[in-house]
Design a binder for this molecule. Sequence first.
Ligand SMILES: C/C=C/C(=O)SCCNC(=O)CCNC(=O)[C@H](O)C(C)(C)COP(=O)(O)OP(=O)(O)OC[C@H]1O[C@@H](n2cnc3c(N)ncnc32)[C@H](O)[C@@H]1OP(=O)(O)O
Length: 262
Amino acid sequence: MAETWVRSELWEPGIYVLRIQREHALNALNEQVLDQLEETLNALESKADARVVIVTGAGSKAFVAGADIGAIHGIPNHAAAEQFAERGQRLFQRFQDSPLIFIAAINGYALGGGMELAMALDMRIASKTARLGQPEINLGIIPGFGGTQRLSRLVGPGRALWMVASGEPVTANDAQALGLVDAVVEADELMAECMRRARTLAAKAPLALKAAKQMVAGSRDWTLAEGLAREATAFAQLAVSDDGREGTAAFLEKRQPQFRGQ
Ligand SMILES: C/C=C/C(=O)SCCNC(=O)CCNC(=O)[C@H](O)C(C)(C)COP(=O)(O)OP(=O)(O)OC[C@H]1O[C@@H](n2cnc3c(N)ncnc32)[C@H](O)[C@@H]1OP(=O)(O)O
């Protein structure tokens, strides 16, 4: 029977936790883990109540220590290597394009494919003990799951090239200074901080929350003109929605809104 390397559970209404639990290999991503990540994402997106997903790694040592090096070493030819990279890229893009909001709870090493996964998520909270980097160059390769592209967009091409070409990891505090992570907390505060953020987001009007995610996540790849056009359309849809009418009426009537997700 196949091992369960990825598990998701409902923590509170609207909030799920997705845990990668291949702890003996520091949660490294092999084909089975990638398959289970996709299956879990599909399942979460099918849940009408899901709003926010906290993604973390099992154990205290690693979030995800990379794609599985053994799997990479065993790739037989160029075509298979390209398929491996494209598979990871497609999956990570699905997290970015999803209507769900993903918070990375970086509980330890986020290296290679692990940092690439964290960068495809919507925000990144790191424990002080975390280390982040793209060490692939030390293996004679480069990132293949989107790391060169997303890192450059997050920290700028100069700093991105240094991290990819030196392969040197950075501390959580340095990652925050770079804009690579959004907050750094004590290890034993990590899940509490992620839950605090998740609760705030999960309480918002569902349609507006979904639009906020998709507009901001999309802005990473759209031209300004394309993003402005999409934003105007999304604003218009919400302004005339039941929730948009209810939210603005509630303000004018000085009462709390009752959003219904319509
Ligand atoms: C497209 C994407 C490409 C990529 O992501 S390429 C991979 C990029 N990642 C890396 O290069 C990091 C590789 N891992 C390490 O450098 C080290 O690990 C750490 C610094 C993270 C931790 O070192 P330490 O504390 O000494 O632990 P340990 O004994 O090296 O690891 C514990 C077990 O975990 C396995 N493991 C760690 N990382 C990976 C990995 N990325 N792929 C496969 N296995 C991994 C090891 O082999 C070992 O296993 P055992 O106990 O059986 O010897």
